[in-house]
Design a protein around this ligand. Structure first.
Ligand code: CU
Length: 319
């Protein structure tokens, strides 16, 4: 089994589902409990009726055997209860998927088999910062995600920060989220999308306002161009990694895989499945097919130990 990136305290795995950490996750939590408790109460009543109908006194058995019960318990009750729950649920959660208010921060997250493409948008909706598998937000502010898919249906789900919304090819779905406290919040693709679907995780990192401003300033600066002369960069070029990966400030501009311009700063590798360090980087590059079977990056058994050390050291420095 692959070890999830939880042991180093970056983001709890699996992400706790009934532990809201923001104003959009709160109503989902309330609705969940209403449904659990309501469902349990109905089950209890149904089982009681069943036991009475089978083993109860004759008078009860006669009553439970009549047509009246079918009309009331089998028709009127479900229609009333389910309609009420639908209206209640929609009222409680409709603001989660509203259009963003003017000035609200927007981030586009695109589901890919089996990772997440992330782009921060400016006020005009143009993509500014590019990233992958990690979403950075400021604490206490509402952020609207534009959820899209590049291939099949995925589902974006960071349970502590908001609800769960499908990412559908050719559509743009909205989901708002907000974190009350700084920290790393785990997420998971929640719609079966083939092969390594269960290994398609992500992390949302909430920064205090100053930390977020620093993060954004650092990401907005152009990358230093000299990075491309290191031995690791030569391995990267020789092995053809640039066909699929972009590294800002170099000629590598592939689009098929995650942007690696700041891969060294990520908390995880392989979309949430491994804690990020140089050993994990080297292990991933040598044989990601063992760590995440079926993913779309080939294994590189041809690389020597030295080449793996060089390329992983170089990538680790891309902060
Ligand atoms: Cu998916």
């Amino acid at each position: 089994m692959t070890s999830r990136a939880s042991s180093d305290g970056t983001a709890a795995w699996p992400p706790p589902v009934l532990d809201p950490a923001g104003p959009f996750a709160g109503p989902v939590n309330v609705l969940s409990w209403v449904l659990f408790i309501g469902g349990a109460a109905v089950l209890l009543v149904v089982l009681t009726c069943l036991i009475l109908a089978l083993f109860g006194p004759r008078r009860w058995r006669a009553r439970l055997g009549g047509q009246r019960l079918v009309w009331i318990g089998g028709f009127a009750f479900p229609v009333v209860v389910l309609s009420a729950l639908l209206v209640y649920g929609l009222g409680l959660t409709s603001h989660l998927t509203q259009e963003p208010e003017p000035g609200e921060m927007r981030i586009r997250v695109t589901g890919e088999m089996w990772w997440w493409r992330v782009a921060y948008l400016d006020a005009q909706g143009r993509e500014t910062i590019q990233d992958a598998n990690e979403v950075h937000i400021p604490v206490g502010r509402t952020v609207t995600l534009e959820l899209e898919s590049a291939d099949v249906i995925h589902s974006f789900w960071v349970p502590r920060l908001s609800g769960k919304v499908d990412m559908i090819p050719g559509r743009r779905n909205l989901l708002r989220l907000q974190a009350d406290a700084p920290g790393a919040y785990g997420g998971q693709c929640a719609e079966y999308c083939g092969g390594p679907h269960a290994l398609m995780g992500l992390v949302v990192v909430a920064h205090d306002p100053a930390g977020f401003a620093a993060w954004r300033a650092q990401r907005s600066r152009p990358a230093p161009a000299a990075a491309a002369t290191a031995p690791g960069a030569e391995v990267f070029a020789r092995a053809g990694c640039g066909a699929c990966h972009t590294v800002a400030g170099t000629a590598f501009n592939g689009q098929a895989g995650p942007d690696l311009s700041h891969v060294g700063a990520r908390r995880t590798l392989g979309a949430g499945i491994l804690p990020n360090n140089q050993g994990a980087l080297a292990g991933w590059i040598a044989d990601s097919q063992t760590l995440k079977p079926g993913n779309r990056m080939p294994a590189y058994p041809v690389l020597t130990g030295q080449e793996l050390r060089d390329v992983s050291a170089w990538l680790g420095e891309l902060q």
